[in-house]
Design a binder for this molecule. Structure first.
Ligand code: EPU
Length: 416
């Protein structure tokens, strides 16, 4: 299993080009199933998750090819409707194929995702919404099975704001008969952009960017030809690296509005920012100031940056309070950071972080994607050597992370 060896303590300097967004790419990849045709997705990050999703599409009968970051998906010959446990268990987002398969074929058999590294992550909103649209879904031997579904428009109000359920039902509704109204939808750019991509193919969606979507079903769509938006979490992670190492990093190919909540917190921590249309330069302070952070659905502070922000606060001058309201148990990085000398007390879903002058290198273990990013950041700022184990999690969501960090001056090496 690969590990990363990091010798920390250097401020990172330079320019980094941000890759396409994982969480925007995955639903668009699923949406290729809606329509038989040859779909072209540019700026798709080469990650374990996008490759896993490509594998799911191939098992359904699609022909998929990557040429650098151009992904071509030919869905003309899709014949199977089964997404197997072996793939879904490695990537929960595989559930995104459920809505498109039901919409196009009226049938689907998709493994029910289990828990994830930090606890339960239910998909009840996906199922309730699809059932409200007329799908008969049974849970059989660990699979969600839908037969003879003729999806019809419905009014569906989400009691929790969900990125996945919004994207799922949007994809189902574009080909359903009649009008679907989705209320209390997610506003994450990944979801809004999916709506724009579908609208570009002929879907009739009103209200994108607001909490209420009205979708008029159509009988067919054109194939997708689009460029995936920049990854706001990767961008915010590199911004946090500048904050934590006291370096200056210019982020290129970004949409600053997509990670404004994180940028504002980094400014509060003492970073100097220069924003331009598609770049941001972040100059970190000698030592970060402490922060209060509460994660919220977009446009609030993202849960996907909670771990990285705890890393920044671990070396801040004073005590920070970080609360995750989206995932109450997403704190597996905390005991690992403690091995590096961080002083963090967990009170339920609240981390109270007493900043220390310096973290110390240690052997640590990554437990999920963002927790891994947090440990690498801590390693970059720590004195001495850190060995981060189980970095396959990082490969799920950060394209060429160690090459990008090395280009900024980090002493980082992958050990096979
Ligand atoms: N929820 C339910 N029922 C559902 C769905 C969600 O109760 O049927 C709850 C969840 O338990 C959570 C909240 O709703 O408390 C929000 O979950 P959401 O559905 O928005 O999450 P998701 O769609 O499963 C996506 C990202 C995650 C990110 C969350 C929150 C993808 C592929 N994944 O997950 O990204 O943390 O939104 O922003 O887009 C990551 O990239 O590291 C990652 C985990």
């Amino acid at each position: 299993m690969d590990k990363l060896l990091v010798r920390g303590g250097k401020p990172l300097q330079g320019t980094v080009r941000i890759s396409g967004s994982k969480n925007a790419a995955l639903p668009v990849m699923a949406a290729t199933l809606l329509t038989p045709g040859v779909h072209r997705l540019r700026n798709v990050p080469r990650l374990r998750d996008t490759h896993t999703f490509a594998r799911v599409l191939e098992l359904l009968g699609a022909r998929v090819s990557f040429d650098a970051n151009l992904l071509t998906v030919d869905t003309r010959e899709v014949s199977s409707v089964e997404a197997p446990y072996e793939l879904v268990k490695t990537m929960r987002a595989s559930i995104y194929v459920l809505g498109p398969l039901l919409a196009r074929f009226g049938r689907a058999k998709v493994s029910l995702p289990g828990g994830c590294a930090w606890g339960p992550r239910p998909v009840n909103l996906h199922l309730t919404g699809l059932r409200a649209m007329g799908a008969v879904l049974e849970i059989e031997h660990g699979y969600i099975v839908g037969r003879d579904a003729r999806l019809k428009g419905a009014t569906i109000g989400f009691d929790v704001v969900s990125v996945g359920a919004t994207a799922q039902l949007m994809m189902a509704a574009v080909l359903a008969e009649g009008t679907t109204v989705l209320e209390n939808v997610a506003l994450e750019p990944d979801v809004t952009v999916l709506g724009e991509v579908l609208a570009g193919c002929g879907a009739r969606i009103e209200g994108l960017g607001s909490r209420r979507l009205t979708i008029q079903g159509v009988t067919s769509l054109r194939p997708i030809d689009t460029a995936i938006i920049p990854d706001r979490i990767e961008a915010a992670t590199f911004a946090a690296v500048a904050a934590m190492t006291g370096g200056t990093i210019r982020l290129e190919n970004v949409v600053p509005d997509h990670f404004e909540a994180a940028l504002r917190k980094l400014e509060e921590a003492g970073c100097a920012l220069q924003r331009a249309a598609d770049s941001v330069t972040v100059a970190g302070p000698a030592r970060p100031r402490p922060l209060n952070v509460v994660t919220q659905p977009f446009p609030g502070f993202p849960t996907d940056m909670q771990a990285q922000m705890i890393a920044v606060c671990a070396v801040a001058e004073g005590t920070s309070v970080i609360e995750d309201t989206i995932y109450l148990d997403r704190f597996t990085h905390v005991p690992e950071l403690a091995r590096m000398g961080a002083r963090i007390e967990l009170r339920g879903n609240v981390a109270v972080v007493k900043g220390v002058d310096r973290l110390a290198g240690a052997q640590v273990m990554a437990t999920d994607l963002r927790a891994s990013a947090c440990l690498v950041m801590a390693a970059l700022a720590a004195q001495g050597e850190t060995l981060v184990d189980r970095i396959y999690h990082l490969d799920r969501g950060y394209e060429s992370l160690e090459q990008k960090l090395a280009a900024l001056g980090a002493d980082i090496q992958r050990i096979h």
